[in-house]
Design a protein around this ligand. Structure first.
Ligand code: SAM
Length: 263
């Protein structure tokens, strides 16, 4: 049996919000210590905007080294100077509230599930549609479907198949729902909720574009739920110790790889 690793930091210390806070506090200390030292040594006052920009860059670097996803880099750089600019421009407080609520509705469970929202691109939609079963009447599920782009594309291409999307973040789900309504796509079903609670046994293809974190658990779930001759496809993220049966390289700018495990 595996012994617990007592040297590893507790899991709450590795959540993005804690890492974000740690890196911004470190960035603040380094940037302001640098600004104060420069003033003491040269007599030159550093503009607060420059100090805050340095804080952003240092925090982004520290956050990246601590393991925050790459998309946090621009957020971390912009955050400190943006607070000063917003104060100087006297931005009404309700705008902060509106932005906060919108971000909350999009990144609803990012801190808990460690899966942010980023979207499968069009070239990958097309590559995915080539992997659909040839027999008529199959079922495809997008595990964490975001705003439903991949599903709408494939539902149009394969009217004989049923496509299902599961999403737990309210705003992306609402957008997917609206897009389905506006395009009158009948062979697409959208479910609001947690994909861990979904029984995957009725699907021929399960597609996921998540993050490294849930992959081992998802692989075990797919293996337990899904029937013979079905497949799990992961955009970009692998399962440690379980190499895919097939890897499809997509001809796009990010050199997407589709990892396919066959049951
Ligand atoms: C990287 S996005 C991928 C979106 C879409 N599949 C695509 O490829 O364009 C992952 C999505 O999974 C959703 N998600 C994360 N954990 C979830 C869960 N436990 N249940 C349902 N959705 C979840 C997130 O809210 C996010 O919208």
């Amino acid at each position: 049996m595996n012994q617990p690793d007592h040297t590893a930091p507790p899991s709450w210390l590795r959540t993005p919000l804690v890492l974000l806070l740690l890196s911004q506090i470190s960035g603040f200390i380094i940037a302001f210590a640098g600004a104060i030292s420069t003033t003491a040594l040269t007599g030159q006052t550093i503009h607060p905007l420059v100090t805050l920009l340095v804080q952003g860059v240092v925090s982004a670097f520290i956050g990246h080294r601590l393991g925050l996803a790459r998309w946090w880099v621009p957020v971390q750089i912009i955050l400190p100077p943006a607070t000063l600019i917003a104060t100087a421009w006297q931005v009404p407080p309700w705008i902060f509230l509106a932005v906060f609520v919108a971000l909350l509705l999009v990144y609803w469970n990012t801190a808990r599930n460690r899966v942010p929202l980023y979207l499968t691109n069009r070239t990958t939609w097309s590559a995915l549609s080539e992997l659909l079963p040839e027999e008529k009447g199959g079922r495809f599920v997008d595990i964490g479907c975001g705003i439903g782009g991949a599903l709408l594309y494939m539902a149009r291409k394969r009217p004989d198949m049923t496509f299902v999307g599961i999403e737990s973040a309210p705003l992306p789900f609402a957008l997917a729902w609206l897009r389905r309504l506006l395009t009158s796509t009948r062979n697409l079903e959208l479910k609001y909720g947690d994909f861990w609670k979904e029984d995957l046994s009725t699907y021929d293809v399960a597609y996921a574009f998540l993050s490294p974190e849930p992959m081992p658990r998802l692989f075990e779930k797919a293996k337990a739920d899904m029937k013979a001759e079905t497949q799990l496809i992961s955009n970009s993220f692998v399962v440690p110790d379980h190499p895919a049966n097939e890897i499809v390289s997509v001809d796009d700018s990010r050199e997407t790889k589709l990892h396919i495990w066959k049951n």
